[in-house]
Write a protein that binds this ligand. Structure first.
Ligand code: NAD
Length: 373
C-alpha cells in the first residue's frame, strides 16, 4: 500500500506528516510518497523524509499512484482519482459542495475533525492538538500586541499591576490560554456554559464565573449546545462587567456546525480601556464579537481585535508533529500489522469520521446538507 503526503496550499506552513512519523509506516511495509517540498515550511526537508525511508514524487504521481492521500486542507482531486482514500480536515459541516462529487468518484474520505471526542479518540484528535496551539499562541499574540505588562512588577520607577485576562470558553484552546496567561503572571477570569469545566479552570489558577441556567450539554460529547435567549442576555450582562476591567480577552466559544455565538458586542468593546486586545479564535465561524473580521486585525474604539484563523500554522513544526502523530494513530487504526487496509465500520471512530464511502455521503450529520449542491 502507498500513503502519499500532499504539499499544502501556499497560505499553510504545516504538513500532514513529518519525517519522524514516516518510519512507523515504513516498518509496516507501507510505502510513503512525499510531494517534493511538502515539509519545507515546517522545517522538514526532502532529505529528512528520504532518510526516514520515504520516496519523493511529483503531485501528479501522488494523485495517480497513492492509495491513501494525506493533507490538512481540501484539495481539488482529479476525476481520475477514484476508489481511493483521502484523510484530512475538510470541515464538511461548513464545506460540503464537493461531497457528492467525491461520493460519485467512489472516494472513501475521512475528515478527522468529525471524530467523536471520546477518550479512545484522543490520540487522533486533530482539533484538540491544533486548538491547544491556538490557545497558547493567542496569549503570546495578545502579550505582543498589548501596551501593558502581563506580570506584576515592583520597580524603582513604580509598580505595575498584573494584566487582567478574560477567557470566554474553557475547552481545549481556552484551558491552554488560561495556563499560558497564568505562566506569564496575569490574573485570569473565565466563562463557560459547561459547569463541568469549573474545576479544571480553578486548578489552572483561573477564576470561574458562573452564570446559572445554562442548557445541559452533558450529552453533547464534550461540546457546547445552543443557549436560550434569556441565558444569553444574562451571560452578556455578566461578561460586560468583567470585560470593562480586562486588558486582554481571548474568545473561543464554538458550537459544532453552527455560527459561533456572539458573546461580546460592539458596545461592550466601546467600554473597554483603550489599548486592550481581543484575540477571537472563533473568527472562522463568524467570531465571538460582532466586530471580528476573519483573518484580519481591526481596531475599534482603541481596542485591537485579532481574527487570525491560522494560528497553528504560525508554529508549523510542533503543529505538524502533533497533527502527523494524530494521523499516524488513525492510520494504525485502519491498517493491519502487515500494512494492509483494514476498514472496520463497526468501529465508532472509523464510522464517526467517514464522510463518503461506497458511492455515498455516509455521515449522518452530512446527508441532509450534501443533498444541496
Ligand atoms: P472546544 O469545543 O473544546 O471549546 C469551546 C468551549 O466554548 C467549550 O468549553 C464550550 O462549552 C464553550 N462555549 C460554547 N458556547 C459558549 C458560550 N455561549 N459561553 C461560554 N462558553 C461557551 O473548542 P476548542 O477546540 O477549544 O476550539 C475553540 C475555538 O478555537 C473554536 O472556535 C475553534 O474553531 C477555534 N480554533 C481556532 C484556531 C485559530 O487558529 N484561530 C485554531 C484552532 C481552533
Amino acid at each position: 500500500m502507498i500513503v502519499g503526503v500532499l504539499k499544502e496550499p501556499a497560505f499553510e506552513s504545516r504538513v500532514s506528516l513529518l519525517a519522524e512519523s514516516v518510519t512507523a509506516l515504513v516498518k509496516k511495509k507501507i510505502e510513503v510518497w512525499i510531494e517534493a517540498g511538502a515539509g519545507v515550511k515546517a522545517y522538514c526537508g526532502d532529505d529528512d523524509y528520504i532518510k526516514a525511508g520515504a520516496v519523493l514524487r511529483s503531485r501528479e504521481e501522488l494523485l495517480a499512484g497513492a492509495d491513501i492521500l494525506l493533507s490538512i486542507h481540501y484539495n481539488d482531486i482529479p476525476a481520475t482519482f477514484g476508489h481511493k482514500i483521502l484523510i484530512g480536515v475538510y470541515q464538511p459541516l461548513f464545506n460540503h459542495a464537493h461531497l457528492p462529487v467525491w461520493a460519485k468518484q467512489h472516494i472513501t474520505s475521512f475528515s478527522l475533525d468529525m471524530l467523536p471526542r471520546t477518550t479512545r479518540a484522543q490520540s487522533m484528535d486533530v482539533l484538540s492538538s491544533q486548538a491547544n496551539i491556538a490557545g497558547y499562541k493567542a496569549i503570546l499574540l495578545a502579550a505582543e500586541k498589548s501596551p501593558r505588562y502581563f506580570p506584576m512588577l515592583m520597580t524603582a520607577a513604580g509598580s505595575i499591576a498584573p494584566a487582567k485576562v478574560l477567557i470566554l470558553g474553557a475547552g481545549v484552546a481556552g484551558l491552554q490560554a488560561i495556563a499560558t496567561a497564568r505562566r506569564l503572571g496575569a490574573v485570569v477570569e473565565v466563562f463557560d456554559t459547561r459547569p463541568a469545566v469549573k474545576e479544571e479552570v480553578m486548578s489552572l489558577g483561573g477564576k470561574f464565573i458562573e452564570v446559572p441556567g445554562a442548557a445541559d450539554a452533558s450529552k453533547a460529547g464534550g461540546y457546547a449546545v445552543e443557549q436560550s435567549a434569556d441565558f444569553q442576555l444574562r451571560q452578556q450582562e455578566k461578561i460586560a462587567e468583567s470585560i470593562a476591567r480586562a486588558d486582554v480577552v481571548i474568545t473561543t466559544a464554538q458550537i459544532p456546525g453552527k455560527r459561533a455565538p456572539v458573546l461580546v458586542t460592539s458596545s461592550m468593546i466601546g467600554a473597554m480601556r483603550k489599548g486592550s486586545v481581543i484575540i477571537d479564535l472563533a473568527a472562522a465561524t463568524g467570531g465571538n464579537t460582532d466586530v471580528t473580521k476573519n483573518n484580519e486585525t481591526v481596531v475599534y474604539h482603541g481596542v485591537t481585535i485579532v481574527g487570525d484563523s491560522s494560528l497553528p500554522s504560525s508554529m508549523p513544526y510542533d503543529a505538524s508533529k502533533l497533527y502527523g502523530k494524530n494521523v499516524l494513530n488513525f492510520l494504525q487504526l485502519i491498517t493491519g500489522k502487515e500494512g494492509q487496509l483494514n476498514l472496520d465500520f463497526s468501529d465508532d471512530l472509523v464510522k464517526g469520521c467517514c464522510i463518503t464511502y461506497n458511492g455515498e455521503v455516509v455521515h449522518e450529520k452530512l446527508r441532509a446538507v450534501s443533498d444541496k449542491p
